[in-house]
Design a protein around this ligand. Structure first.
Ligand code: T46
Length: 122
């Protein structure tokens, strides 16, 4: 929504966010050249929005790698299923906000690439 004062975007669970939102976190102040992620999730669904600045996601489903630049607060990237992700090219003003379907659970992470490939095959 926008008017002469500026813009406003509302995120509503099970409406324009396709899951119940249990957690929101945001990443900012990322140093130049940093690459984050390097993991997949077993069950988590997430919607990532760069509310300021830009960054790029590399999503790997074990067959194909996609590089997706997020550079607008009006665009969200839905990440679900077994997908290896890495984030890079953070601009100094980047604020990456992520809505997640579950509370933080380290047991949901697959942080070893070979284990990710095995999970895909099983
Ligand atoms: C993802 C990408 C896009 C918490 O304590 N609670 C939280 O909700 C999160 C997300 C992280 N943490 C702790 C765990 C680590 O000690 O914060 C530290 C940094 O987390 P991590 O290294 O997993 O951050 P990224 O940027 O590599 O990955 C994050 C999310 O963890 C992950 O789910 O998909 O962003």
């Amino acid at each position: 929504m926008g008017d002469e004062r500026g813009s406003l975007i509302a995120l509503e669970e099970n409406h324009n966010v396709p899951f119940d939102v249990k957690r929101v976190y945001y990443i900012f102040g990322t140093k130049i050249g940093v690459r984050r992620g390097y993991h997949a999730h077993k069950h988590l669904k997430q919607l990532a929005i760069c509310v300021s600045g830009s960054c790029t996601f590399m999503l790997d489903d074990g067959t194909q790698k996609q590089h997706i630049e997020l550079n607008s607060p009006t665009h969200g990237l839905l990440i679900e299923g077994l997908v290896w992700r890495e984030m890079y090219d953070f601009s100094p003003d980047c604020v990456l906000m992520v809505l997640a379907s579950e509370l933080y659970d380290e047991n949901d992470y697959i942080r070893v690439y070979d284990e990710f490939l095995k999970a895909l095959a099983s």
